[in-house]
Design a protein around this ligand. Structure first.
Ligand code: NDP
Length: 371
């Protein structure tokens, strides 16, 4: 039977990859909902290709699409009646849509890492109440999810997430200071949206993924390690109780973890080719927290827990937006996040406190940027 599929952020990098999976396996899915933010023309084009899909825009922009604005987007998720929802919305704006999808009784294929970073305990409780799974799509977490399924977690010692190291892996601090948005947008192995590409270059993306792993897999921050692996072929390792390492390998192509999530728990087809071993080279090295402080700052936020991860994310989103607009330099990004994390972010995790911390962290970051 065909599965009803909703794709949130359908016009973005994850959304486009998810639509490729649908096109390659057309007999298996009915597209029930496609969403975007302000990209009305791109969404209308997708609507012509998938005429049965409901369309919704998060931004209230001029368009023939009836569902426009944040409330309309959430209502459309409720109306779609999807069996599974891919959340490929960028940033903290993905949280409420994740909750709306789960509330509608849909499984959640989660690319939007901010949902896990900001609010995983709330999201997980809602998923359990509705009896639907959350399947990680972020490639490292999809790999850990599969490795834990295959090997179990008895005696699990640590999770090792790989990081490409981004385009500035070999840059000195002096060179990093001069980096411009154009340089940061040239990622060596992955083709992603602009914000996550800059996060890859500062290593904030890996920082968010460390917090995401702590929350998704219920491990201590000290049990999550990061290793630089420039080829991006090994997506993660787990280290078992006897010290053995198990790894998951595939080509760096987001269609693969998306497809696995869409077919979970069954086997997925392989229309996108497989990894060849001859000639394959795998290098690993230690990350450098001095040149890339966003990684140690994420560990600090993960250890402090509570609303610190929200503050880390909110401050980073604000700082990256300022970097794109030329109001902050590349090395100002970690300095701004450092400044914000020095405030008090203790407190209970509720939807209200998360929204408050998200807004407050952005305001503190914005005032620091304006100084
Ligand atoms: P993109 O910037 O390419 O796409 C973002 C999508 O979200 C677009 O469809 C955009 O619509 C929509 N959107 C943006 N803001 C809002 C909003 N406020 N409300 C509703 N919709 C919104 O991002 P990516 O695809 O790169 O990343 C999406 C998420 O997936 C992020 O959380 C990222 O960390 C995660 N991820 C991405 C990977 C990748 O390979 N790209 C890999 C692993 C995780 P519009 O086009 O109209 O602006």
């Amino acid at each position: 039977m065909k599965r009803r599929l909703a794709i949130l952020g359908a016009t973005g990098s994850i959304g486009r990859a998810a639509l490729d999976v649908v096109r390659a396996n057309a007999g298996d899915f009915d597209v029930a909902l496609l969403t975007a933010n302000r990209g009305a023309a791109a969404l209308e084009r997708l609507g012509a290709e998938f005429p049965q899909a409901l369309l919704a825009l998060g931004g209230d922009v001029p368009s023939s699409i009836a569902h426009r604005g944040r409330e309309a987007l959430l209502a459309a998720i409720g109306e779609a009646g999807a069996d599974i929802t891919v959340n490929g919305i960028a940033g903290a704006a993905g949280l409420l849509p994740s909750l709306a999808a789960l509330r509608s009784g849909s499984s959640l294929a989660l690319a939007n890492k901010e949902t896990a970073v900001l609010a995983y305990p709330l999201v997980k409780a809602l998923a359990e109440e509705r009896g639907v799974p959350i399947i990680p799509v972020d490639s490292e977490h999809a790999a850990v999810f599969r490795l834990l399924e295959a090997h179990g977690r008895d005696g699990l010692r640590e999770l090792i997430l790989t990081a490409s190291g981004g385009p500035f892996r070999r840059y000195s601090l002096r060179r990093l200071r001069k980096v411009k948005p154009r340089d940061a947008l040239a990622h060596p192995t992955w083709n992603m949206g602009p914000k996550i590409t800059v996060d890859s270059a500062t290593m904030a993306n890996k920082g968010l993924e460390v917090i995401e792993a702590v929350r998704l897999f219920g491990v201590e921050p000290g049990q999550v390690k990061v290793v630089i692996h420039p080829q991006s072929v090994v997506h993660s390792f787990i280290r078992a109780g006897d010290g053995a390492l198990y790894a998951q390998l595939s080509r760096p192509d987001m269609r693969l973890p998306i497809q696995e999530a869409l077919y979970w728990p069954g086997p997925a087809p392989s229309p996108f080719g497989v990894l060849d071993l001859p000639g394959l080279r795998l290098d690993f090295e230690e990350p450098d927290g001095n040149r890339f402080p966003m990684l140690p700052l994420a560990y600090e936020a993960a250890r402090l827990g509570g609303l610190y991860p929200c503050a880390y994310n909110g401050a980073n989103e604000e700082a990256v937006a300022a970097f794109f607009q030329g109001r902050a330099g590349f090395l100002d990004i970690p300095a701004i996040v450092r400044y914000v994390l020095d405030q008090d972010w203790g407190g209970e995790l509720t939807l209200e406190s998360i929204m408050e911390a998200d807004g407050r962290s952005r305001n503190i970051a914005a005032s620091r940027i304006g100084e």
